[in-house]
Design a protein around this ligand. Structure first.
Ligand SMILES: Nc1nc2c(c(=O)[nH]1)N[C@H]1C(S)=C(S)[C@@H](COP(=O)(O)OP(=O)(O)OC[C@H]3O[C@@H](n4cnc5c(=O)[nH]c(N)nc54)[C@H](O)[C@@H]3O)O[C@H]1N2
Ligand SMILES: Nc1nc2c(c(=O)[nH]1)N[C@H]1C(S)=C(S)[C@@H](COP(=O)(O)OP(=O)(O)OC[C@H]3O[C@@H](n4cnc5c(=O)[nH]c(N)nc54)[C@H](O)[C@@H]3O)O[C@H]1N2
Ligand code: SF4
Ligand SMILES: [Mo]
Length: 738
C-alpha cells in the first residue's frame, strides 16, 4: 500500500506546528512533526497527533441536527437552513438586530473559514450583543496594546532567539505552547537561551512545568501582578534606571507616569503581591541591566481584577528599560497579511476607542466591538426592549468555559432560537435548535489569519486540505456566507455561497481599489472562497507583489508552492512605522488606564483571602473540547484540586480524597485533592474546561471521567471593569473535606 505524506498546519493551539499527516487509502495512519517546516522544525505535541482521533471520533457530528420535540434529529443542509430562516429571521424582524446575540469561541480564531467571515457575519447581523472568548482571556492585553500602540493586536512578543533575560508572569508555555506568542518548541528555545547564559525567571503562584525549567521561580499572590509591576516601575524611577534608548523621541507620558507611581514603592506593594520588597528591587535592577531582555505576561496577568493594568505595565517596563522594539527584547512581528499595523499610512492612525455602546443590563462598555461574556446570561434573562431572544454560537462552549455556566445554561433554555456551529453535541450545543457541523480540520485548508502577528519570527505558510470533504458537506466559509446572505435578506436556504461572496468581495474591492476593482477581481479569479481573500491580503500585504508593483513579491501561489513555508526573517525594530496612535507616539500613560490606578491604590492593603482558586492547563487537554479523544484522555486523572501540604493539613484534606470547593455565590463543586508543594500556600489550582456530566451531551469518552467544572464556582459578575474581562484567577473560595 502506498503512503502519502501531506503537510498541514495544526489548528489546535497558537504554536501552529507543521504536521506530516501520513495517509493510506484515504485513512490517516499517523501524524508526526514536519521536519521540513522551517518555522516549527518538526516540533509537535500530543494534541497534534490526536487530530487523527478527532477525525475518527464517532461522536464528532457529521450531519446537521434539528431539535424536534426536544430530540435532535439528523437533517439535510437544505432543511437546516430552511429551519434557521423560518425561525431566526422573524425574531430579528420583530425584536430588532440586538435580539440576536453571537458567542464566538476559541477555535473560531484557528479556522480559516470561520475567522475570515466572522467580522462580515457580525456586520450583516448588526447586533450590539457580541460576545467572545476574548473577554475570558486576552481582552486586557488587546486594550492596553491598542491604547499604547494604536491597534488592538499590536502586541509585542519576546524575541526569544536573541533574548538573554526573560521575565515571565502568569504564563505556562510548557503546557500551553505559548499564547499571544506563536512559539513552537518553547522548551528548545528556552534551553538554547540557557546555553547562551541567558536567564528565565517565572512569576507564578504555582511552580509550573515552565518554572521547573527556569533559572528562578518566584511565587506571587494571585491578582498581585499589577502591584508587583508598579513596584518595579517605582524602583526604576527611584533608582534612576529609566533608559528609553532609541524610543526616547517616540514616547509620550513619561512624566505623568513618574508622578502616578509614587505611592507604589516596592515596600508599599510587597504585601499585596506576596513578594519581598528586596526581591522586587533586585529583579528591577537585573532587568534594567540586562542587554537583551523582555517581560512577557499571559493568562495569569490578564484574567484578574487588574488585568488591563498588569497588561499595560508589562509593556511600560519593556519600554522604560530599553527593551521594547529592540533585538532580543519585546518586538512587533510584521505579518504577511491581515494586520492593522501594516495597513494604511505608517506612523500614526486613528487609534482605538471603547464604550461606543454599553450593555443594556449592567452598562458594561463595549471593547473591541464586544460586550463581556459575563453579561450574556443577564442579557437573555432580563425582559425589555433589546432583550436577547436568539443566539448563534460559533465554536463556543460557554456553559463550561465561562463563569457560572449553570446560570447561562438556564438562560439558554429561555431563548426562542439557538443556532450552533460546532463539531460536537456538548454542554452548550445541547441547548441549540439547529447545529451545523464543521468539517474535520484535516478536510479544510489552513492559513493563519491572526497569529502571524505574534510569531517569534516572521514566516508565512499555507496548507491545503489533507482529505476530501464528504459529498454535500458545506465548508465553514460556505456556512458563514450563507448566513451572511440570510441576514442580507438574500434567502439563504437556496442561495449560492459563491455568488454571495462574489458580490461581497466586489463591493469591498470597489471601496479599496476604485475603478481598478474589476481588474483586481480578475487577477484573483483562479481562487475562490477564503483562498481568494488570502491571495488578496498577501498580495496587498507588506511582502506582497502589490499586483505588479513589487514583482517577485508574495502571492498565494508562491506560498502554496513552499510546503515548508517561506521565511520572512528575524523580527526587526518597527517603531515608529507600526504605530497607529493619533499622536504617532507610544502612549505610556493612556488616560483610561491612569484613571484605573486609584483602584489599585485602594486595594494596596487588601488582606489575602484564606483560600483563592487559580486555573491550570495540561498539554493533553485544550480548554473544554478535547476530552473525548482516546489518545489525550488516557493516563492519570488530571482534573485535580492541587493544594499545598500545609493547607491540606490545616483543612483536613487528603491526597486522592474529595474536597468541596464553594464559591462566593454559594455554588459548590467536588474535586479530587492532589497534595503538592508546587502550589503556594493559600491557593488551590484546578484546570478549567471539565465537568462533562451534564445530561444531553454526546461525549461518550469524556463522560466516563467528567472531572469538575472550575467555572461553576467562579462569579460571572467579577470583571476587570476597564476591559470587561472575566476574573478567573485569585477568586476567594472555601475548601473543605468531603
Ligand atoms: N476558569 C477558567 N476558565 C477559562 C479559562 C481559564 O483559564 N480558566 N480559559 C479561557 C480561555 S483562554 C478561553 S480561550 C476560553 C475557551 O472557551 P471557548 O471559546 O468556549 O472554547 P472551548 O471551550 O475550547 O470550546 C470550543 C467549542 O468549539 C467546538 N469546536 C472545536 N473545534 C471546532 C471546529 O473545528 N469547528 C467548529 N464549528 N467548532 C469547533 C467545540 O466542540 C466546543 O464546543 O475558555 C476560557 N475559560
Ligand atoms: N495544552 C493546552 N494548551 C493551550 C490551551 C489549553 O487549554 N491546553 N489553551 C490555549 C488558550 S485558549 C490560551 S489563552 C493559552 C493560555 O496560555 P498560558 O497563559 O501560557 O496558559 P496557562 O497555563 O493558563 O498559564 C497561566 C498561568 O498563570 C498562573 N496564574 C494564575 N493566577 C495568577 C496571577 O494572579 N499572577 C500570576 N503571575 N500568575 C497567575 C497559573 O498558575 C498558570 O500557570 O493556552 C493555549 N494553549
Ligand atoms: S503545540 Fe500541539 S496543539 Fe499546539 S499547534 Fe503544536 S501540535 Fe498543535
Ligand atoms: Mo484562550
Amino acid at each position: 500500500m502506498t503512503t502519502t505524506i501531506a503537510h498541514r498546519i495544526c489548528p489546535v493551539c497558537e504554536a501552529c506546528c507543521g504536521l506530516d499527516v501520513h495517509v493510506e487509502s484515504g485513512k490517516v495512519i499517523a501524524i508526526r512533526g514536519q521536519e521540513s517546516d522551517g518555522f516549527s522544525k518538526g516540533y509537535l505535541c500530543p494534541k497534534g497527533v490526536a487530530l487523527k482521533d478527532l477525525h475518527d471520533d464517532p461522536d464528532r457530528l457529521r450531519t446537521p441536527l434539528i431539535k424536534r420535540d426536544g430530540q435532535f434529529v439528523e437533517a439535510s443542509w437544505e432543511e437546516a437552513f430552511a429551519e434557521i430562516e423560518r425561525r431566526l429571521l422573524p425574531l430579528r424582524q420583530e425584536f430588532g438586530n440586538d435580539a440576536v446575540a453571537v458567542s464566538a469561541g476559541n477555535p473560531s480564531s484557528h479556522k480559516l473559514g470561520l475567522m475570515l467571515y466572522a467580522g462580515r457575519l457580525l456586520k450583516s447581523l448588526g447586533s450590539h450583543n457580541i460576545f467572545s472568548a476574548s473577554t475570558l482571556d486576552q481582552m486586557p492585553k488587546q486594550l492596553s496594546s491598542g491604547l499604547m500602540f494604536g491597534s488592538w493586536l499590536s502586541i509585542p512578543v519576546p524575541d526569544i532567539e536573541r533574548c538573554d533575560f526573560l521575565l515571565m508572569l502568569g504564563a505556562n508555555p510548557m503546557a500551553s505552547n505559548g499564547s499571544l506568542w506563536t512559539v513552537p518548541d518553547f522548551r528548545g528555545k528556552a534551553k538554547a537561551m540557557h546555553a547562551r547564559g541567558g536567564k528565565l525567571v517565572v512569576i507564578d503562584p504555582r511552580r509550573t512545568e515552565t518554572a521547573e525549567i527556569a533559572d528562578r521561580h518566584l511565587p506571587i499572590r494571585p491578582g498581585g501582578d499589577a502591584h508587583f509591576l508598579l513596584g518595579m516601575l517605582h524602583t526604576l524611577f527611584a533608582e534612576n534606571l529609566v533608559r528609553l534608548g532609541r524610543l526616547v523621541e517616540h514616547v509620550a507620558g513619561l512624566e505623568e507616569l513618574r508622578a502616578a507611581v509614587q505611592p507604589f514603592s516596592a515596600d508599599a506593594v510587597a504585601a499585596r503581591c506576596g513578594m519581598p520588597a528586596e526581591t522586587i528591587r533586585e529583579l528591577t535592577r537585573a532587568l534594567a541591566k540586562a542587554e537583551r531582555a523582555a517581560v512577557y505576561g499571559r493568562m495569569g496577568t490578564s484574567t484578574q481584577t487588574f488585568g488591563t493594568l498588569a497588561s499595560w505595565l508589562i509593556d511600560v517596563l519593556n519600554a522604560l528599560t530599553g527593551h521594547l522594539d529592540e533585538p532580543g527584547g519585546a518586538m512587533f512581528p510584521k505579518a504577511a497579511s491581515f494586520s492593522a499595523n501594516t495597513e494604511g499610512p505608517p506612523g500614526s492612525g486613528r487609534g482605538i476607542v471603547t464604550g461606543r455602546h454599553r450593555s443594556r443590563v449592567s452598562g458594561a462598555p463595549e471593547v473591541f466591538g464586544e460586550l463581556p461574556t459575563g453579561c450574556m446570561a443577564e442579557e437573555i434573562e432580563t425582559p425589555g426592549p433589546g432583550q436577547v431572544k436568539a443566539l448563534i454560537t460559533i465554536a463556543s462552549n460557554p456553559v463550561l468555559s465561562a463563569p457560572n455556566g449553570a446560570r447561562l445554561a438556564k438562560a439558554l433554555d429561555q431563548l426562542h432560537f439557538m443556532l450552533s456551529l460546532d463539531i460536537y453535541l456538548n454542554e452548550t450545543t445541547r441547548h441549540a435548535d439547529v447545529i451545523l457541523p464543521g468539517l474535520s480540520s484535516l478536510q479544510e485548508s489552513h492559513y493563519d489569519i491572526a497569529l502571524q502577528q505574534f510569531q517569534y519570527r516572521n514566516y508565512v505558510r499555507y496548507s491545503s486540505p489533507v482529505l476530501p470533504a464528504p459529498a454535500g458537506h458545506l465548508r465553514d466559509w460556505q456556512v458563514m456566507v450563507k448566513l451572511i446572505g440570510l441576514f442580507q435578506g438574500k434567502g439563504a436556504a437556496a442561495a449560492d455561497p459563491q455568488q454571495i461572496d462574489d458580490t461581497m468581495l466586489m463591493a469591498e474591492l470597489e471601496r479599496s481599489f476604485g475603478e481598478k476593482a474589476g481588474a483586481v477581481m480578475a487577477e484573483l479569479s483562479k481562487h475562490s472562497g477564503p483562498d481568494r481573500r488570502v491571495d488578496l491580503a498577501l498580495r496587498n500585504g507588506p511582502y506582497g507583489d502589490g499586483f505588479g508593483r513589487n514583482p517577485g513579491g508574495l502571492t498565494l501561489d508562491k506560498v502554496k508552492a513552499a510546503p515548508g513555508g517561506i521565511d520572512l526573517g528575524e523580527l526587526q525594530p518597527r517603531v515608529p512605522e507600526m504605530l497607529r496612535t493619533p499622536s504617532g507616539k507610544i502612549e505610556l500613560a493612556p488616560p483610561l488606564l491612569m484613571a484605573d490606578l486609584p483602584r489599585a491604590l485602594a486595594a494596596l492593603n487588601e488582606p489575602a483571602a484564606d483560600m483563592v482558586i487559580v486555573g491550570r492547563r495540561h498539554v493533553r487537554s485544550n480548554n473544554s473540547w478535547m476530552h473525548n479523544l482516546p489518545l489525550l484522555a488516557k493516563g492519570p486523572f488530571r482534573c485535580t484540586a492541587m493544594v499545598h501540604p500545609a493547607d491540606a493539613q490545616r483543612l483536613g484534606l487528603v491526597d486522592g480524597a474529595m474536597a468541596r470547593i464553594a464559591g462566593r455565590a454559594g455554588n459548590t463543586i467536588e474535586a479530587q485533592v492532589e497534595v503538592s508543594d508546587t502550589i503556594m500556600q493559600g491557593v488551590v489550582s484546578l484546570p478549567h474546561g471539565w465537568g462533562h456530566n451534564l445530561p444531553g451531551a454526546q461525549l461518550g469518552l469524556a463522560s466516563e471521567r467528567p472531572g469538575s467544572n472550575l467555572n461553576a464556582v467562579l462569579d460571572e459578575n467579577l470583571r476587570d471593569p476597564v476591559s470587561g474581562n472575566a476574573v478567573l484567577g485569585g477568586v476567594a473560595v472555601e475548601v473543605t473535606a468531603v
